[in-house]
Design a protein around this ligand. Structure first.
Ligand SMILES: Nc1ncnc2c1ncn2[C@@H]1O[C@H](COP(=O)(O)OP(=O)(O)O)[C@@H](O)[C@H]1O
Ligand SMILES: [Mg+2]
Length: 261
């Protein structure tokens, strides 16, 4: 079992530095707080997986990092700079991209046009072309289905195109919200494979996953969010072996079972 798990996550590509740190972050949508003091450290070049029950605030954490939501208190440190009060655009400029949970492609536009939209803040045509080439090499579907309407692709294919689009700005930090949700097992495997490749390519990935077993299996580090606070942290492998995590998030057969990937 342990061999399977350690093999599934590739070695971190980072230099041991911290790209992102949340310190005592509080946030909410109205008067009440959803995040009640979140502390989270994301080392550069790693995959960090955040799990937790529905409604715990996982998506809210990603929103406070990308700027869809401003924290009420606490700090969101990107390479030491507090970005918590910056606009989404300013955070994008600093290399933070957010791939939301819901399907976000423009269904009647082509795959190619959708991926190009990912470069909307760029002006340099040569740069855009070279990024398109690089992204198509990582995600072959972009070239293979170039002219297809994005809405005609399967859910798994659309997720691949969304990941491809998120790379057009050459992000340092990719926030992925439940990328495997609603996908069949084969499409799920290919999404997790892509996530592993993104990290191997030098990116940092903060992944929120409901499919905790697969998320933890590809993650270098992991955290459990419960009721707006980080309750447990460890390596992906440690959390997979944690009896409490297994009982609550991995289903009854978790103990000693091979990861379902
Ligand atoms: N736009 C919103 N307006 C008001 N409440 C929201 C909004 N989005 C989420 N919430 C509430 O915040 C809580 C945490 O939501 P969320 O971060 O989406 O949890 P998770 O992603 O862990 O399932 C939930 O109680 C949810 O109902
Ligand atoms: Mg969510």
């Amino acid at each position: 079992m342990s061999e399977d798990l350690t093999e599934s996550a590739t070695r971190p590509t980072g230099d041991g530095s911290t790209i992102l740190r949340l310190e005592e972050v509080t946030a909410g949508y109205g008067a009440g707080l959803i995040l009640k003091g979140v502390d989270l450290t994301v080392p550069t070049g790693t995959i960090v997986c955040l799990i937790g029950p529905n409604g715990a605030g996982k998506s809210t954490v990603l929103k406070t990092i990308s700027g869809l939501l401003r924290p009420k208190d606490g700090r969101v440190l990107l390479r030491g700079e507090d970005i918590g009060r910056l606009s989404s655009r300013d955070r994008l400029d600093r290399g933070v991209v957010h791939v939301p949970q819901d399907r976000s492609l423009f269904p009647s536009m082509s795959v190619w046009e959708n991926v190009l939209m990912g470069a909307f803040i760029l002006k340099d045509q040569a740069l855009i072309r070279s990024r398109m080439e690089r992204v198509s090499a990582l995600f072959p579907i972009v070239a293979a289905r170039k002219h297809a309407a994005a809405g005609s692709l399967s859910g798994g294919e659309q997720k691949q195109v969304e990941l491809a689009r998120s790379l057009m700005l050459d992000p340092a930090l990719i926030l992925l919200d439940e990328p495997s949700i609603g996908l069949d097992p084969k499409a799920r495997r290919s999404v997790f494979q892509s996530i592993t490749e993104l990290a191997a390519d030098g990116r940092t990935v903060l992944l929120v996953e409901q499919n905790a077993r697969s998320g933890l299996a590809v993650a270098h580090h992991a955290a459990v969010l419960e009721a707006g606070r980080v309750a447990i942290t460890g390596t992906g492998e440690e959390l997979l072996r944690d009896p409490e995590v297994a009982r609550l998030y991995l289903g009854a057969s978790a103990k000693g079972a091979a990861p379902a990937r």
